[in-house]
Every structure is written in structure tokens, then in C-alpha cells.
Write a protein of this length. Sequence first.
Length: 149
Amino acid sequence: MRDGVLSSDVCENAAEQVHCILKGYMNIAYSFRHTEATGPLKAYIERKFEKIAALAERFGRNPRCAVAVQRITHHREGMVFEVTVTLHAGSAHISNTEHAADLYAAIDKMELEIARQLQKCKEKPLTLRRNAGKAFKNGIRDKQNDSEE
């Protein structure tokens, strides 16, 4: 255990699986295929997930996240990295896949997209409530205008 992060290594079917609990409230499962799972890479992913964990905490306790990192061959671009994230936090279920020639760039793009999707899930009920209130208010105005005529 180091700095509130528990980690254990398990190898399975040529994909290294690493499970850890980030800051005591984000459960992350890593999967690396055709690439090495280095310590700095895991630390970089954990650092990027601190913001996502704070956003996901609003949707329920113990959010679960699966991060799959693999190197693939694209038919036009050659060797690229693919980062896939699946996040389950209460009522929010978010999935995203990013491709880039640089692994760290793919992780950065993924973090921004997951944060955007979590923010959208957070604001959706409020937007629906506001739109319902506007529709109700407009309906009352329409009835008043019809009765005046």
C-alpha cells in the first residue's frame, strides 16, 4: 500500500490485469495488451483519474472503472495506441475509446471526453427540469391568451 493506493498484479491471457483503489473511492481495473505496464504509465493514469473520480463520486459510492490500453495496427495510420475506458458510477454508465499515435496523448483525450460526459450526466436532470418548467409556463400563457380572446 502506498499513499492510499492498493495495488496487486495478476497476469491473465497475455493481458496484464492490475486492480487498485484510487484515493479510497475509485476502483480501477487496468488491462494492457501489446504494451508494457510501466510504473510511470500507471501513475500518469491514476493522476488523470483523480479529477474523474471526483466527478464520478456525485453519482454514487465506489465508482468502478475499467481501463484497457493496447497497441493496434490501423490500416491507414500504422501502429497506434487505443485507450478504452468504461465507467460505472451509480446511474452513470460511460464508455469511451480514444486513438492516438502517442499513448499519453490518447490518455489526455480520453480524460477530457470522460469528464465532459460526466458533466453532461450531472447537468441532464437539471436541464430537463428547466425545460419542463418552461413548457409548463408557456402552456399557462397559451391558456391565458386563449381565454382572453
